[in-house]
Design a protein around this ligand. Structure first.
Ligand SMILES: [Zn+2]
Length: 243
């Protein structure tokens, strides 16, 4: 082997081992994880360090609460810190997003349809209609299957318009408090619905060594605020990585 070839080989080895991949608007993987009732793809894109702390960010679950799309977009353009395996799912309800309505195309509130502590609630047309059985909807099935595969250490789910984050205890409380502080979102308990079949509750009870919380954004979100939230996601992920 020529000296230059050896050098090139060494350089490759050094590059691969000493300098971990840092992604800036470069993704490792893009997937369609399922299809909505009306046939729209549900997409997930992976950034950062495979094998690191698995963080999943869900931009939209209620279609008429879509400010989270700006945050997943900002995150896709961010430099992901080392040791963070970041998955972005802009919307798990692409029909609701397209139609600008809370429910999916079957009029089911997906955030009442998850298979943990599911309960019958309402009929089609009711704002919290839970579907006719647990995980009845293709969107719910898709995200359940996907999360069972990636096993998130941290899940962040965006909603609107309450502008609050519920406080938590232990490390989860610290993660929530850090996020709250970085984005100036008050820590206050979320009330006002009947919370059965909720996505984040399913996530936290399925992956019990992981953490998850809802961020209730305000009624609108500027590009600057979206960048602030994207930075807060990464800082919260770093806090978890280093804990
Ligand atoms: Zn919501």
């Amino acid at each position: 082997m020529k000296k230059t070839a050896v050098f090139a080989l060494l350089l490759t080895a050094v590059t691969n081992t000493v300098v971990p991949p840092i992604s800036a608007s470069h993704n490792n993987e893009h997937r369609v994880i399922g299809t909505s009732v009306q046939g729209r793809p549900i997409e997930a894109t992976r950034y950062g360090t495979p094998g690191g702390v698995v963080v999943v960010v869900i931009g939209v679950i209620h279609g008429d609460e879509d400010a989270g799309l700006l945050i997943t977009k900002a995150l896709g353009q961010s430099t992901v810190p080392n040791g963070i395996d970041l998955w972005l799912v802009p919307t798990i309800n692409p029909d609701g997003t397209a139609l600008s309505r809370r429910t999916n195309a079957n009029q089911v509130d997906l955030n009442r349809n998850f298979p943990y502590a599911w309960s019958k609630m309402g009929k089609p047309g009711y704002w919290q209609y839970a579907g006719n059985r647990r995980a009845s909807e293709p969107e719910t099935k898709a995200i359940v299957k996907f999360l069972r595969e990636i096993k998130p250490d941290l899940g962040i789910w965006y909603h609107q318009n309450l502008n609050i984050i519920s406080p938590g205890t232990g490390l989860e409380g610290k993660l929530r408090a850090r996020y709250s502080q970085l984005t100036d979102t008050p820590l206050k308990r979320i009330t006002g619905g009947r919370y059965t079949g909720v996505a984040v509750t399913w996530q936290r009870n399925t992956f019990t060594s992981g953490y998850g919380f809802v961020v209730e954004l305000g009624s609108s979100l500027s590009i600057e605020q979206a960048s602030l939230h994207a930075a807060a996601v990464l800082q919260t992920a770093i806090l978890l990585r280093d804990s």
